[in-house]
Structure formats: structure tokens, C-alpha cells
Design a protein around this ligand. Structure first.
Ligand SMILES: Cc1ncc(COP(=O)(O)O)c(C=O)c1O
Length: 473
């Protein structure tokens, strides 16, 4: 091949592609036997990988071997059946192939003129989600890179629609259980930290409408301008769902925007079993839901819906002269006008392909499996002697190894030592969080390929590591 064209010979490209697919298939087959996590120290990784860029070509086989040896083993496998930390991302093969296709095609999914097929697929897939989540027909959505960007996008619309020009006095409310991406988004949007009010949650770790109402009244007396409440549909810590209907009522009465962060939890509304727990999603002015969490997509695909869909365009549309030729005609949508990104990848393809290839019944069954796995984990942990702190809720549970007679601080430290020892062991990943100042162990069980045996061996390992850490004192 001639110089400067960045091409490989066709037969090599074929072999290269086949190698990648084989590698992925082997990885999937071996996954349950692999350690769930392997963390290497910074010095070791730097020694392995820091080097000047090569000026001469290297054979792709050699590069891939190196990748396989030096890079790929050093990751926490968020698709692993015993990865129970944070919110797992148990993607599926159809969506992985879709990502490869989207990347190979490199469609520019910012404007209709450049990618009408991808734009219509995004509209179709968003329309499915809108129906499945029972959102208002006036809603419009947009796919983004994840929950953080979806929260930022929704709150940018909220600011535009309700805070107006007086940003220095604008106040937003959420509970102390709200994901950090909300605070970051509000800060990026120009709110001062003092005006991002994190209210203490109630006994069930939910935002109390009465607390919000009295704080709004106090802030108004002080001359401030409340504009937004952020509610949770599944908190990261415990899976708690805030009282969405009551908060929507309050926001209506007070003329405030209600944003619901359902980044991981809202997907559970697809299950008839769990729908009632998430009642009121459709009352939100905006909603975040992340397909790369409980809709089984690889990173990064988040989604934001806005009930009065036209507000997305009113917030984000700008009209530079160099894009005049790409003006949408009747019925066409330029997704670059509905969010902060102009150049954006063809994210809809992976979710569309998942739904086409597996069907909705299978997707709902996979969500419901996550719900029952959490209940099963709770039963196993209780049987083994763990103290349950919060029962299984939307696939999340928190608990403690709590031998009698230990002072609080030692008990907290013990949970941290157990989580560190599990990570060191590698069999599973279970991490801690803090609830009301106390350290607890936490599991999120939304991987539909987790087996009962994975839960049982993890519970046993946690118990043994707890005993060992306690014995050593
Ligand atoms: C409730 C909630 N909101 C927002 C986020 C942020 O999403 P992302 O990590 O995709 O940016 C998360 C991530 O776990 C989450 O659980």
C-alpha cells in the first residue's frame, strides 16, 4: 500500500477483524472464571506502557498481543457476573457488534441531512422508550454519553425555562442521596454551591416533599428564587425512589421544574412488577435514563427526556452560517439542536439492535432477573448472618458484617477492610458506601447473567473475609 494513506491490505484487515471478534467471544466464554477486577499500581503500569510513539509500523498481531498481555487484564470487569459495585454495565453481544458497525460507518448523527437513517432510528428508539416509560406524547428525547451528560442537559433546560436571567439568586433542591453528577451539573450551569440545597432524606432515604416545601418558603422569604427540584428514581446508594407524584404536585403549585434522575432505576418501569414503585415518572418536566446501565448497553449511552419537547431546541439551538445548508425540513430533526453536542456518534443503533434481536419480552425478563437476584442475595446474606441495612430495592441492597460488641468506628473500618479484601481476592467486587455516617457494604445485582451460585459464593467469601479481618483486629 502507498505511504500516507493509513490503510492495511484487505486480507490483513479481515484477519484483524476476525481476531477481534474471536477475542471478544473467548472473553465472553471465560468471563465467569476471570477475576472480576485486577488493579495494578501506577508505577507498574507506567513502566509497562510509557514510551515514545513508534515512527515505524509494527505488525498488528504484535500490537494486539501486547494489548492482551499488558492492558486488558488490568480492568474491573463491569460486565462480570460477580461485579456488584456501583451500577454494573452488563452489555450484550448484539450491542457490542452494533458499536463496531457504528464506529466503522462513522455516521455523523448531528444532523438529518448527514444521517437521516441514524436520525430516524434515534427517533424510533426514543419513541419506544417514551411509550415504555409512559411519558407524555409531547416529550422529546436525545441520546447523550451517559447519566452525567443527561442530567446536565436536563438541568440546562430547567435553568433556561425557569431561572431566567437572575441566576445569582436561583436555587435548586435535592436530597442528600442525590448522585454527585447533579451537583456538578448545577455548578457547571453557574449555580453557587450555597444555592444547591441537599436536604436530609427521610427514614427510607427519600426526599421529603414537606422538607422541600418549607425550605422553598424560607428561601423565598430571603429573596431567593427557587427554580428546580431534582428527585431520584433509584438512588445509587440504596435504590430508593423519591415520592415522585407528591413532588410533582409541589413543583406544579410552586411553579418549579421537576427533574427526575432515573439514570439507573427508571428502566425498571419497563417491568410490570416494578412499575408501581416508579409511579409518576411521566409527571417530571425532565427525566434521565441510562441505557448503559439497566438497558444492557456498552458505554456510553445516556438519555434525557423533556416533557415539553420544544424546550430542548429552545435551549440548545444556535444557527451558524456554515450549517445553513443542513437546515431540517418539515418532519426532520437535527439532534445537534437538542443537546450540547454537534458531532455525535450513532448511539441509537446499539439499543435498537438489542431490542430488535432479543425483543422486549427478553429485555423485560432481564430487568426482572436483576430484581429477583437482589431479593435472593438479601435472603442468602441474612441466612449467613449479615445485618441488613436496607432491603433489596430496585436491584440494590446494603448490609454489614456486624459481630457483637464492636464499637461503631471499628465496625465501619471492618466493612472497608472486607471490601478491600474482596477486591484483592478478585472473585467478586463488592464495595462500601456511607449511610447516615455509617459504612455499609453494598451490592447492585442488575447483571442478568449472574447465577445463584455467584451470589452464594460471594456471600460466603464476604463472611470468611469478615471473620478473618475481625480475628486479626
Ligand atoms: C442515579 C445516577 N445518576 C447519575 C449517574 C451518572 O451516570 P454516568 O456515570 O453515566 O455519567 C449515575 C451513575 O451511576 C447514577 O447512578
Amino acid at each position: 500500500m502507498g505511504k500516507g494513506r493509513l490503510m492495511l491490505p484487505p486480507e490483513e484487515m479481515r484477519a484483524f477483524g476476525q481476531w477481534v471478534v474471536e477475542q471478544l467471544l473467548d472473553h465472553l466464554a471465560e468471563l465467569p472464571e476471570l477475576p472480576a477486577a485486577q488493579r495494578e499500581p501506577a508505577e507498574k503500569m507506567r513502566r509497562r506502557l510509557e514510551e515514545p510513539p513508534p515512527s515505524a509500523p509494527r505488525p498488528w498481531q504484535e500490537v494486539l498481543q501486547r494489548l492482551e498481555r499488558d492492558v486488558l487484564p488490568a480492568v474491573m470487569l463491569t460486565t462480570h457476573p460477580r461485579f456488584f459495585a456501583f451500577v454494573p454495565s452488563p452489555s450484550n453481544f448484539a450491542s457490542v457488534m452494533a458499536d463496531a458497525l457504528a464506529s466503522g460507518l462513522n455516521a455523523f448523527a448531528g444532523t438529518w441531512a448527514e444521517a437521516s437513517g441514524p436520525a430516524q432510528l434515534e427517533l424510533t428508539t426514543l419513541g419506544w422508550l417514551r411509550e415504555l416509560l409512559s411519558l407524555a406524547p409531547t416529550s422529546a428525547g436525545v441520546f447523550l454519553s451517559g447519566g452525567s451528560m443527561a442530567n446536565l442537559t436536563a438541568l440546562a433546560v430547567a435553568r433556561q425555562a425557569r431561572a431566567g436571567e437572575r441566576l445569582d439568586q436561583a436555587v435548586a433542591y435535592c436530597s442528600d442521596q442525590t448522585h454527585s453528577s447533579v451537583e456538578r451539573a448545577l455548578r457547571l450551569l453557574g449555580l453557587s454551591s450555597a444555592h444547591i440545597v441537599r436536604l436530609p432524606s427521610d427514614d427510607g432515604f427519600r426526599l421529603s416533599p414537606a422538607e422541600v416545601a418549607s425550605r422553598i418558603a424560607a428561601d423565598r422569604r430571603d429573596g431567593l428564587r427557587p427554580f428546580c427540584v431534582v428527585a431520584n428514581a433509584g438512588t445509587i446508594n440504596t435504590g430508593a425512589v423519591d415520592p415522585l407524584e407528591k413532588l410533582a404536585e409541589l413543583c406544579r403549585a410552586e411553579d418549579l421544574w421537576l427533574h427526575v434522575d432515573g439514570a439507573y432505576g427508571a428502566a425498571a418501569a419497563l417491568s410490570p412488577q416494578a412499575r408501581a414503585r416508579l409511579w409518576g415518572l411521566g409527571l417530571a418536566d425532565s427525566l434521565t435514563v441510562d441505557p448503559h446501565k439497566w438497558l444492557f448497553q456498552p458505554y456510553g449511552i445516556g438519555c434525557c427526556f423533556v416533557r415539553e419537547g420544544r424546550l430542548l431546541e429552545e435551549t440548545f439551538r444556535v444557527n451558524p452560517e456554515y450549517l445553513r445548508d443542513l437546515e431540517p425540513r418539515a418532519g426532520e430533526v437535527n439532534f445537534c439542536d437538542l443537546g450540547p453536542e454537534l458531532t455525535r456518534p450513532f448511539r441509537a443503533l446499539k439499543l435498537w439492535m438489542t431490542i430488535q434481536i432479543f425483543g422486549m419480552d427478553e429485555l423485560v425478563a432481564a430487568i426482572e432477573r436483576g430484581l429477583s437476584l437482589a431479593e435472593r442475595a438479601e435472603a442468602l446474606l441474612r441466612e449467613r448472618g449479615f445485618e441488613m441495612v436496607t432491603a433489596a430495592q430496585l436491584g440494590v441492597l446494603t448490609f454489614r458484617y456486624a459481630p457483637e460488641g464492636l464499637p461503631m468506628v471499628a465496625l465501619d473500618r471492618l466493612q472497608e477492610r472486607i471490601a478491600a479484601a474482596v477486591a484483592e481476592d478478585g472473585l467478586a467486587i463488592v464495595q462500601t458506601t456511607v449511610l447516615r455516617g455509617r459504612t455499609v457494604l453494598r451490592m447492585c445485582t442488575i447483571n442478568p447473567r449472574t447465577e445463584e451460585d455467584d451470589l452464594a459464593t460471594t456471600a460466603e467469601l464476604l463472611w470468611q473475609l469478615g471473620e478473618e479481618a475481625h480475628r486479626r483486629g
